[in-house]
Design a binder for this molecule. Structure first.
Ligand SMILES: C[S@@+](CC[C@H](N)C(=O)[O-])C[C@H]1O[C@@H](n2cnc3c(N)ncnc32)[C@H](O)[C@@H]1O
Length: 381
């Protein structure tokens, strides 16, 4: 229904758009400037607005085409084949054991997407971004998590998952976790390392000369604890994860030259004994969102006992605002948890604060590490 004030004065100038989605950059809902009623029907827009809105919808709804193109290129090792000296369609097709006609289309699309360049006919080269991050032998390779279709398949089932409320596949049991996570954590390591270094600097401020015991729960590659050990020889890390994943952690610790400072605590975080008053810092990197509320609350209680006085829990995760109206990424990531886990979700600062207080870890605050990257710190008295 249109509200009365709209009829009185129906020029666009009287209406404010409220940004309801960072992805759209404009409102899908319209409010009357006088009475703040929300309309079910769109107000009149100019032709420019209409075009812009349609382009935004189009861009988002066809996002799968660019996503799938890049994933296919990763899965067929296209960037790696080019790095190894295969520059023509025929050479790449042979190296990838694929159809030359199809490879031609794929390579041209990657040129259009600015992952490759083609300065002369039938000669494709890597651009700096793809050479650095998409070639398997590169130390900064981030494609590992897309070498299989696990994420793609999970998201393809979103309709069914929304209807039933149940994920089609979960990765929280040890056997599946040990297959799934090594790919993911290899990519996460590269993507998080820069931020992890900045976080380590912040956590070590004023503590360079103090011996620090750190436990990195569900550590994956150890990306959040390795920089602490690198920056301070007094840091000792207990790396906790499933046994197979810890083999990978060990290789990262060795690669970074800090293996001597690492101990390993294999097992399921739900059942593993964390001990009493042992640690100065407990790191929870990207694990609360997959554990969900019930299991995380129990974990916080175990951590309250495992931490020394003044000990800190550091939560690295995605935090929607307290009203759950943004930012878009943590809200969309909650869907990622819906399709992949039974209890996972993203949680607000206020939710974390309550859970920590209930667990007797009363001092809770948000620490901005760099713009666009904040962590939650909770400190024992
Ligand atoms: C998303 S990765 C995060 C890894 C790392 N903390 C990071 O931020 O890059 C989740 C990690 O949690 C581990 N994990 C998941 N469920 C677990 C459980 N029940 N017990 C121990 N580790 C678990 C996985 O093996 C994986 O290494």
């Amino acid at each position: 229904m249109i509200c009365a004030s709209f009829i009185v004065d129906c020029t666009r100038l009287l209406f404010k758009s409220r940004t309801s989605s960072a992805l759209f950059g404009y409102s899908k809902q319209h409010y009357c400037a006088y009475c703040q009623h929300k309309y079910r029907y769109p107000v009149m827009t100019t032709q420019d607005d209409r075009e812009q809105q349609l382009q935004q919808i189009n861009r988002i709804i066809h996002g799968y085409t660019t996503s799938r193109t890049l994933m296919t290129a990763i899965q067929l090792s296209i960037f790696t084949h080019i790095a190894q000296g295969n520059h023509s369609v025929e050479q790449v097709a042979q190296a990838a054991d694929a159809s030359p006609r199809a490879v031609n289309k794929l390579l041209d699309a990657l040129v259009g997407m600015e992952f490759l360049k083609k300065d002369k006919p039938n000669h494709y080269e890597l651009l700096p971004c793809s050479a650095r991050f998409l070639v398997k032998s590169s130390p900064e390779y981030v494609g590992a998590m897309h070498e299989n279709d696990d994420h793609w398949i999970a998201w393809s089932n979103l309709n069914k998952v929304v209807k039933t409320g149940q994920p089609c596949m979960t990765v929280d049991q040890e056997k599946k976790a040990e297959e799934f996570f090594p790919h993911l954590v290899r990519s996460l390591h590269q993507m998080s390392l820069g931020r992890a270094n900045r976080l380590a600097e912040k956590l070590l401020e004023g503590k360079q000369d103090v011996a620090l015991e750190v436990i990195d729960i569900a550590c994956g590659s150890g990306v959040w604890s390795i920089p602490l050990a690198e920056k301070c020889s007094n840091v000792r890390v207990t790396a906790q994860d499933f046994p197979k994943v810890l083999e990978l952690t060990k290789s990262y610790a060795q690669h970074h030259g800090v293996d001597q400072q690492f101990n390993y605590l294999p097992g399921d975080l739900k059942t593993v004994d964390l001990g009493q008053q042992k640690y100065d810092i407990a790191i929870l990197g990207n694990i609360v969102h997959s554990e969900g509320e019930k299991s995380s609350k129990i974990l916080f209680q175990k951590l309250a006992k495992a931490l020394k006085p003044q000990g800190r829990v550091v939560v690295i995760d995605m935090f929607p605002n307290n009203d759950r109206t943004g930012p878009a990424y943590p809200l969309i990531f909650a869907l990622n948890m819906l399709v992949n886990t039974t209890q996972g979700d993203t949680f607000t600062f206020e939710e974390y604060r309550q859970w920590f207080i209930e667990a007797n870890i009363p001092h809770v605050f948000m620490l901005e590490v760099v713009p666009d990257f904040s962590v939650i710190i909770a400190q024992v008295s």
